[in-house]
Design a protein around this ligand. Structure first.
Ligand code: MG
Length: 382
């Protein structure tokens, strides 16, 4: 058996520089959360160039501002420029996970910014080797992903009509509603009206973004289950794992953790507390593709399903998620990779493809996307 060897110098592909640009991309319609509404999506576009001239692309995005996790595209830009870029230049792009752990050990928190840099490294590594990123991750278990659509904040009859049209056209087969912006009683009544109008034609999930307390959740979860809701996402604040566990023990409907889950240690805490049936996994909040794989490993060992979440990415971040989620088990709860459908335009020459409610895994080296410099120039912040 030969001794394992360190990479020979010829196998090392050093990163020469990072270039960042801030973009603002309009949405097709406002996207409402419990505490805020987004009208445009800020994108930190990260261009990584190796000493050999190979380019990889990553994006840092957060769902509509710093309310979700404290990071913003403006903050990410400063952190990348002054700290993450100097830590990245000179590193080997063919070892993205090694780079991710270096950034993790030298920059506490800031997962969305670190994820954007690691994303660019995976793309460049795939391009350098001439293989798609899913192959670098061990290979795809599937070549497409079901995509739940986020219904809007309009009145119940308008939303139900939108859902029926999407079902009839075969564009989506399941839906998610944001809750938490209105008082619970009115909020639940609205969900019930939409569920009644859907008549069980498609699975319906709701996302509270942590807006309820335990008392409110205990009171209203049965009504949501009775209305036909099959999954309730993050009913309680992120830190309340014990409350989530008590709620789940009596809940007539499956519970998904989103804000409560960022790191692999969070996944272990949720598993140990029996606090969630499903984990929403996302590249940004966990600090990159390799960290999500560690989260998914905990989920699988604990018998929890994973759901491929979004921070409203362009086709770039969505393609990265597609490569990761196609190469990840367990992913039985589907995805919400609708970012490019909610954005009014894109920054790539060929946006990712949706077919019959599914996102197709892009082909080609890296993430299989090509950045459109004209679009980048159009949406770059001046
Ligand atoms: Mg969520």
């Amino acid at each position: 058996m030969p001794e394992p060897t360190c990479p020979k110098s010829a196998d090392v592909l050093r990163i020469a520089c990072l270039r960042i640009r801030l973009l603002d991309i309009p949405l097709v319609r406002p996207h409402k959360f419990s505490v805020t509404t987004m009208h445009t999506q800020g994108v930190l576009l990260i261009e990584l160039v190796t000493e050999d001239g190979i380019v990889g692309w990553g994006e840092g995005v957060v769902p509509g501002g710093p309310w979700w996790g404290g990071e913003s595209v403006e903050g990410m830009a400063a952190l990348v420029e002054h700290h993450l870029a100097p830590l990245t230049v000179g590193q080997d792009v063919l070892r993205p996970e090694v780079l991710a752990r270096r950034l993790e050990s030298l920059v506490a928190g800031a997962p969305f910014a670190r994820a954007g840099v690691e994303m660019a490294a995976w793309d460049a590594a795939g391009r350098a080797l001439g293989v798609p990123v899913h192959q670098l991750l061990g290979g795809a278990h599937r070549d497409r992903l079901p995509v739940t659509w986020a219904l809007g904040a309009e009145p119940a009859d308008v939303v139900a009509q939108e859902a029926h049209s999407l079902l009839a056209e075969g564009r989506h087969g399941s839906f998610k509603l944001k809750m938490g912006a209105a008082p619970a009683e009115a909020d639940v009544a609205r969900v019930r009206a939409i569920a009644d109008a859907l008549g069980g034609a498609a699975p319906l999930a709701v996302d509270l973004n942590g807006a309820w307390d335990s008392h409110t959740a205990r009171r209203w979860l049965p009504a949501l289950a009775d209305a036909g809701v099959h999954l309730v996402e993050q009913p309680l604040p992120a830190a309340d794992i014990a409350g989530l566990a008590r709620l789940r023990a009596q809940s007539p409907v499956a519970i998904m953790a989103d804000e409560s889950l960022r790191t692999p240690a969070d996944a272990l805490r949720l598993a140990a507390a029996h606090a969630a049936d499903v984990l929403a996994i996302k590249i940004g909040k966990s600090g990159g593709l390799s960290a999500v794989r560690r989260v998914a490993a905990v989920a699988e060992a604990a018998g929890m399903d994973c759901y491929g979440g979004t921070a409203i990415e362009t086709s770039l971040g969505t393609a990265a998620s597609a490569h990761l989620f196609c190469a990840t088990t367990p992913l039985d709860a589907g995805t919400e990779l609708f970012g490019p459908l909610l954005l009014d335009d894109d920054i790539v020459t060929e946006p990712v493809t949706y077919q019959a409610g599914q996102l197709l895994l892009p082909a080609g080296p890296g993430f299989g996307i090509t950045i459109d410099e004209n679009k980048v120039a159009k949406y770059e912040r001046r």
